[in-house]
Ligand binder design. Sequence first.
Ligand code: GN1
Ligand code: MG
Length: 375
Amino acid sequence: MNKEKLINIAKNFKIDGEPIKITQCESGHINRTYALTYKTQENEEKKYILQYVNTNVFPNLPELMTNIRNITTYMNKKAVENGESTDRLTITMIDTLDNNPNSLYNKNWRMEEFIDNTKTYLTTENLDILYEAGKAAGKFQKHLNGFPAENLYEIIPKFHYTPNRVKQLEEAMENKENKDIRSERFELAKDVIEFVTDKKRLDKTNIITNSLETKKIPLRVTHNDTKLSNILFDKDTEKAVCLIDLDTVMPGSIVYDFGEGLRTGITTAPEDSQDLSIVSADITRFEAYTKGFLSEVKDIITEEELELLPLGVWMMTYENAIRFLADYLNGDIYFATDENIENHNLVRAKVQLKILKQLEEQENEMKGVIKKYGF
Ligand code: GN1
Ligand code: MG
């Protein structure tokens, strides 16, 4: 989209000054995101994020924005009550000029403050940063511990209900409409399909959801997309600042947030690395993240949840593998793909597969780490 159009859209939000620079951010797979730098009347520079939200993925955007408003208000209020700073605690939406109740312009557009002096990682070998990442995900759980999860809208129904993800994969495998691309893609994905549909793996997919359904573990406010690139770090101190991308905050399990954080935290290469030889699951990274995470949640996590944490990492990795695979078989209709990366979604699925294999081999080591830092 051209800059002129973006500037005109941004004019519908309550921001002082004039935009002087616009860049597109490439990392998300769902929404279109831009960073806008403004020159304020005091001649200072201030940055904002402008986003076109994908309403195919998020058809109930007003409810999504309500969730974000409710949890960020809660977090800010709690911090004030506890005498803690609200500075860079969480994201802040910008109101529209016409005071839209959901801070949306023209249905899909929203703006938020850019959180200053921060950066993100796709992957890192720095254990201090992983410790910080674990702390950030743990803090989010801790901060929202008193918020009634059942009051949140379920933005994407059954988001981490893994058996339903399996069903979606089965549907993709039967998808008649894509017959032409299907046969070739099926052939290329043969090994991945075989691996993820192995009975011993399918049999594990309902363990966490069953634990929630039988109330063995509590329903909690869950971020649901705690991948490393959704955590901001201070550019100077490299301390974690906060979690961003609150679109998928919904009722869920702490096990999901831990698992999704480590799905990316434990790996030695980006999610779409075409060189599988550099992809592995590194237990020392697991330990650093776990240590940070548990240091924040030790007073709220239950023994049953603790026990499920290693499985959570497996489950989130498995789930992303089958989601990428299903999208590949469906002809890339959900996740954004880069035309320069051939079979992008299959590449992503294969990376998850390699990590899965290694997680299965290191299950006992992971359990040992949880024992070490748990109660
Ligand atoms: C998507 O949009 P983004 O990049 O934050 C996806 C996550 C996946 C992730 C894989 C709403 O997140 O669930 O784990 O890609 N978000 C949605 O990188 O489906
Ligand atoms: Mg997201």
